[in-house]
Design a protein around this ligand. Structure first.
Ligand SMILES: NC(=O)c1ccc[n+]([C@@H]2O[C@H](COP(=O)([O-])OP(=O)(O)OC[C@H]3O[C@@H](n4cnc5c(N)ncnc54)[C@H](O)[C@@H]3O)[C@@H](O)[C@H]2O)c1
Length: 363
């Protein structure tokens, strides 16, 4: 191996992943990568993202990052699950069809349950029904096929629980009553979050690039105001900012201008770069780690593995309140931002509970 190969080769990357599988079925055009970060706590669970990546390298980077995030999310949510994720490369509106999804299902099956799949960007419950025709390790199927259906319901509920815990810590009561909350992105999760906030007595301001999404929310809740874009939302006097659109929502410019005392939203990977968590802390903004508060959807699809009960999953998602409170307490005790405290708690659970598998139990 040349020195160039050793610095760029896949094994020298030291990403910490257990297994990365490349799947190719030429006749259907399937090109997929399945990444298993950790199975320390149980089988890896994570959705399949179907996306038209500019390059195969971009797809690989995305699946490596996302699968690692799933391991932390499952660990902190107290689930007996590891972390994995898959990406299918290509434009789903052009190449997605039954044969391709079933070919993908056959590859997932070859992992014999080390990886369970689910929906993500570009895949829907109906697609999981197709994958499940070839594969036993699928969650997020339609309710008609015994699945948990749309996971955004409990994702929003969990974000709301995290926000209540942050309100308790900031203002002394677990409610958003009378507070002004800015929600960026009122898609599947954001619109459910708005409903929880309105019911709790919050003043809600929203924005979305999709005018129809805004119109649907303002028609349902007449007191909800909308502003033209995220910049305008950031300029508002806010008590809480809830990023519920894309990743990277918290960059230097946003943190500089934000008036909110709390950031708590559903979007994955909100911190635009390393160090932002410290900048938020320095400005006295209480940041609720994204993967901690948006775990409700994972909890919902994970429940399918036990035969889906919405009520049981809802009760588990409600515990995001307690987890958020614990993370804030650890952050105080160890003098670190909540994002670092969340990582530490997740890593601790992966190590402490994962270690138990080394104790031999005769069957
Ligand atoms: N759906 C889930 O269960 C779930 C679980 C965990 C995390 N998340 C994350 O939460 C976020 C929202 O997920 P979702 O399922 O509601 O997705 P979605 O696509 O239904 O909604 C996202 C909304 O954001 C809007 N948007 C996109 N760019 C925007 C911009 N620049 N400014 C304002 N609005 C913009 C879109 O128009 C859309 O209405 C994503 O980051 C997702 O990864 C979702």
């Amino acid at each position: 191996m040349t020195s160039t190969e050793s610095s760029t080769g896949v094994f020298s990357r030291a990403t910490g992943h257990e297994q990365v599988v490349f799947c190719h079925d030429e006749p259907t055009g399937l090109k997929a990568i399945i990444a298993i970060y950790s199975t320390a706590l149980g089988p890896a669970l994570g959705g399949t993202r179907f996306y038209d990546y500019a390059t195969e390298q971009d797809a690989l980077e995305d699946v490596l990052n996302l699968s690692r995030g799933m391991a932390y999310k499952a660990a902190l949510a107290g689930l007996d699950l590891g972390g994995g994720k898959a990406v299918i490369i290509g434009d789903p509106t052009r190449i997605k069809n039954e044969a391709l999804l079933r070919a993908y299902g056959r590859f997932v099956q070859t992992l014999h349950g080390r990886y369970y799949t689910a929906c993500d960007v570009g895949t829907y419950s109906e697609d999981m029904d197709d994958v499940a025709r070839e594969c036993d390790f699928v969650t997020g199927r339609t309710v008609a096929h015994g699945g948990a259906g749309d996971s955004s319901v409990l994702t929003a509920f969990g974000v709301f629980q995290g926000m209540r815990a942050a309100a308790q810590r900031t203002w002394g009561a677990p409610t958003l009553h009378g507070r002004t909350v800015g929600v960026a992105g009122v898609g599947k999760v954001g619109r459910h979050l708005v409903r929880h906030l309105v019911e709790d007595g919050a003043h809600v301001v929203i924005t979305d690039v999709n005018a129809a999404a805004v119109a649907a929310v303002t028609a349902e809740h007449v007191d909800v105001r909308s502003v033209v874009d995220v910049d305008a939302l950031i300029e508002q006097p806010l008590d809480v900012y809830a990023p519920c659109a894309l990743g990277g929502a918290l960059d230097d410019a946003v943190v500089e201008r934000l008036s909110a005392a709390i950031v708590c939203g559903a979007a994955n990977n909100q911190l635009a770069h390393e160090g932002i968590e410290k900048q938020l802390q320095d400005r006295d903004v209480l940041y609720c780690p994204d993967y901690m508060v948006n775990a409700g959807g994972l909890i919902q699809v994970a429940d399918e593995l036990e035969g889906f009960s919405f009520e049981r999953a809802r009760q588990r998602a409600e515990k995001i309140f307690d987890t958020t409170t614990r993370v804030f307490a650890l952050a105080d005790a160890e003098g670190v931002p909540p994002a670092v405290a969340a990582d530490r708690l997740a890593e601790r659970r992966m190590t402490e509970i994962g270690r138990l598998r080394g104790l031999h139990v005769p069957r």
